[in-house]
Design a protein around this ligand. Structure first.
Ligand code: TYD
Length: 135
């Protein structure tokens, strides 16, 4: 079965003082990051996401802690648990996503292919399934 999203390895330099990970277009992600945002201090039992994007590509990284990314393409669902700053989840457009089960202190870093644009969002699940059906 093909997967709804791809886990990519983030190159990480390790030396006796600590670790450094980096992301750039090419081997790691297929887009030039044009925006970075992060989600932190998520309240217990609260979810984030609950939308899809029409065009936006994103790389989602659990910089600290861990959380689950639940994806739905209008037909099938798949879950990914992110728990390491040495890997990221590459999200192509057209995926409904919910971010759940944040552990305390989690930080979710997102690299995005475009500036913020509310018109790229689909925030209603019925609208999303209709959009998928019309594609
Ligand atoms: P939203 O995308 O709904 O957050 P999440 O995916 O974490 O549930 O964004 C929350 C609010 O922040 C919304 O009003 C839009 C605003 N926002 C920006 O202004 N710029 C951004 O880059 C992002 C991601 C959100």
């Amino acid at each position: 079965m093909s997967s709804l999203a791809k886990i990519v390895k983030i190159p990480t330099f390790v030396d006796p003082t600590g670790k450094l990970g980096f992301v750039q277009r090419g081997a790691t992600i297929p887009f030039e990051p044009r925006r970075v945002y992060y989600i932190f201090d998520v309240e217990p039992d609260c979810n984030r996401g609950g939308h899809a994007h029409k065009e936006l590509q994103q790389l989602v990284i659990a910089l600290c802690g861990n959380f689950t990314v639940k994806l739905f393409d209008g037909f099938v669902s798949e879950e990914f648990n992110l728990n390491s700053p040495t890997e990221g989840l590459l999200l192509e457009p057209g995926l409904w996503r919910e971010l759940t089960d944040f552990t305390e202190g989690s930080v979710c870093l997102v690299l995005a292919s475009a500036p913020y644009d509310e018109s790229d969002y689909i925030r209603d699940l019925n609208e999303f399934t209709a959009w998928v059906a019309n594609k």
